[in-house]
Design a protein around this ligand. Structure first.
Ligand code: ADP
Length: 186
């Protein structure tokens, strides 16, 4: 084991799998993308998914913009495309809410998890990996985002029994620890 992988962590808490790592490397049916409303790429996870998945994902996103999603994807909604060259079969793009200290946007963050799982189930997916939606460029405090994520996944899984594995992929130790604590308290 090299020094980097020696520092990687993973855990099972209830039915939830927690992994410290890179979401573009996950061998799952669906990788969820923390996209922006334009669907045309951005930084963070979005940039990493497009870089590694290749141009077919952007082409599929452009086709969505040319069709049903002419105005882009609304916050909390989710839509699927090919996963291009990723190991996954599909990318489900969802738009997290930007953090607000004055307005509680938890329901919109919950919608991301809820709608992504329903889209994945509709595709026939069994395994789904999520990043820590909204905790990067959108500045959501990680402890609060973690609480919303684990509660919503637990609730939605009751309605999506064909999804046998949900994995939260956390990019650093701080995020991993916060999601692990939230999952343990669930
Ligand atoms: P948002 O705009 O929804 O905040 P970001 O992509 O900026 O989305 O960040 C969401 C989270 O994803 C952050 O915690 C960030 O550290 C993490 N992240 C960035 N790149 C990756 C990656 N390749 N795999 C997994 N998580 C990532």
């Amino acid at each position: 084991m090299d020094r980097r992988s020696a520092r990687l962590k993973n855990a099972h808490v209830g039915h939830l799998e927690l992994v410290m790592g890179d979401i573009t490397e996950q061998d799952v049916d669906v990788v969820v993308n923390a996209a922006n409303s334009s669907l045309l790429g951005g930084g963070g996870v979005d940039g990493a998914i497009h870089r590694k998945g290749g141009p077919d994902i952007l082409a599929a996103c452009r086709a969505l913009r040319a069709g049903h999603y002419g105005r882009g994807l609304k916050t909390g909604q989710a839509v699927a495309t090919t996963a291009g060259r990723l190991a996954a079969r599909w990318v489900v793009h969802t738009v997290g809410p930007v953090w607000s200290a004055t307005h509680d946007r938890s329901e919109l963050l919950a919608d991301c998890y809820r709608n992504s799982l329903h889209v994945a189930a509709g595709l026939g997916a069994h395994t789904v990996a999520f990043p820590a939606i909204s905790t990067g460029i959108y500045r959501w405090p990680v402890e609060s985002a973690a609480t919303v994520a684990v509660a919503t996944i637990a609730e939605t899984r009751k309605q999506t029994p064909d999804i046998t594995s949900v994995r939260l992929v956390l990019f650093d130790k701080r995020a991993f620890d916060a999601y692990e604590v939230a999952a343990a308290g669930q």
